[in-house]
Design a protein around this ligand. Structure first.
Ligand SMILES: NC(=O)c1ccc[n+]([C@@H]2O[C@H](COP(=O)([O-])OP(=O)(O)OC[C@H]3O[C@@H](n4cnc5c(N)ncnc54)[C@H](OP(=O)(O)O)[C@@H]3O)[C@@H](O)[C@H]2O)c1
Length: 244
């Protein structure tokens, strides 16, 4: 029901703004880590939580990650429901210089689900050609140095993507949040402790310098998945990020 409700909100948001409704989803330990310092993140949460993430994917038009996550995890970002079936969202990658390997699942499985890669004008045209040959859609967002996320979201909205599940990592999550492009946050918390100042956190980047600038969530709900908990909430300024 929760996921169907989000889908409905997304359709309304997209109709009103032209942008996709973005849900930032993370899975972290109780001490706020999404991966170890070596990048190991399998698995933070339990099976019930992970199953719910796949149900979420089923309702989304798109699922988005940064190239850091692609290089570390080699994810396929498809939907795997325990009863089988499930709809695969369009896989979206922010990858300024097209570093995405040709043998990574997102490139080798474009027959199962579309993969769109956003890059800058600096990206290699030969690599672009190779990716297109593998069935990947490549979209340039300008001079860089990084992918212009507002332009990327606008492009998605114009091409039928009304909802996006943002699955990180920390750098992309921060940039999306800072640009005002996130509308909902869903955080799964596993009751385990990892420690380590080099361990990876859900939202990294520069961060805000004062507590008063922290982004508050509204309409917060708490769910339990076995011993994991999941906290969800909405950002106030759902209309932000709609300017050119
Ligand atoms: N537990 C979880 O929920 C979870 C979920 C996802 C990932 N992870 C973990 O997170 C780690 C990866 O996180 P990460 O922060 O290193 O990588 P990331 O956020 O996945 O990717 C960051 C990269 O995206 C590219 N990018 C392009 N445009 C960008 C923009 N406008 N803003 C920000 N980045 C942009 C940049 O590289 P270019 O400039 O070269 O394009 C940047 O280095 C992995 O260890 C993974 O296992 C955990």
């Amino acid at each position: 029901m929760e996921h169907e409700h989000t889908k409905q909100m997304a359709l309304e948001y997209h109709k009103r703004t032209g942008f996709p409704f973005v849900t930032l989803k993370t899975a972290m330990t109780l001490d706020g880590k999404i991966a170890t310092s070596t990048g190991d993140s399998k698995w933070v949460t339990n099976e019930l939580s992970r199953e719910d993430v796949h149900r979420m994917r089923h309702w989304m038009d798109g699922i988005m990650v940064g190239i850091g996550t692609v290089l570390k995890d080699r994810p396929s970002l498809t939907t795997r429901l325990p009863e089988g079936g499930g709809k695969n969202p369009t896989r979206i990658v922010a990858d300024s210089l097209l570093r995405i390997p040709l043998d990574t699942p997102l490139v080798t499985t474009t027959k199962d689900a579309p993969t769109w890669v956003f890059c800058t004008d600096q990206a290699d045209t030969e690599k672009e050609k190779q990716l297109i040959e593998h069935g990947v859609k490549v979209v340039r967002t300008g001079s860089g140095p990084h992918v212009d996320l507002v332009k990327a979201m606008k492009h998605l909205g114009e091409n039928g993507i009304t909802s996006v599940l943002l699955e990180g990592g920390g750098q992309l999550n921060w940039s999306m949040l800072e640009a005002g492009l996130v509308q909902k946050v869903v955080t799964f918390i596993a009751p385990k402790l990892l420690g380590g100042k080099e361990s990876i956190t859900p939202i990294s980047g520069q961060g805000f310098e004062r507590m008063g600038l922290a982004v508050p969530l509204k309409n917060v709900t708490v769910q339990h998945f076995g011993e994991d908990i999941c906290i969800s909430g909405y950002l106030d300024q759902v209309a932000a990020g709609t300017q050119d």
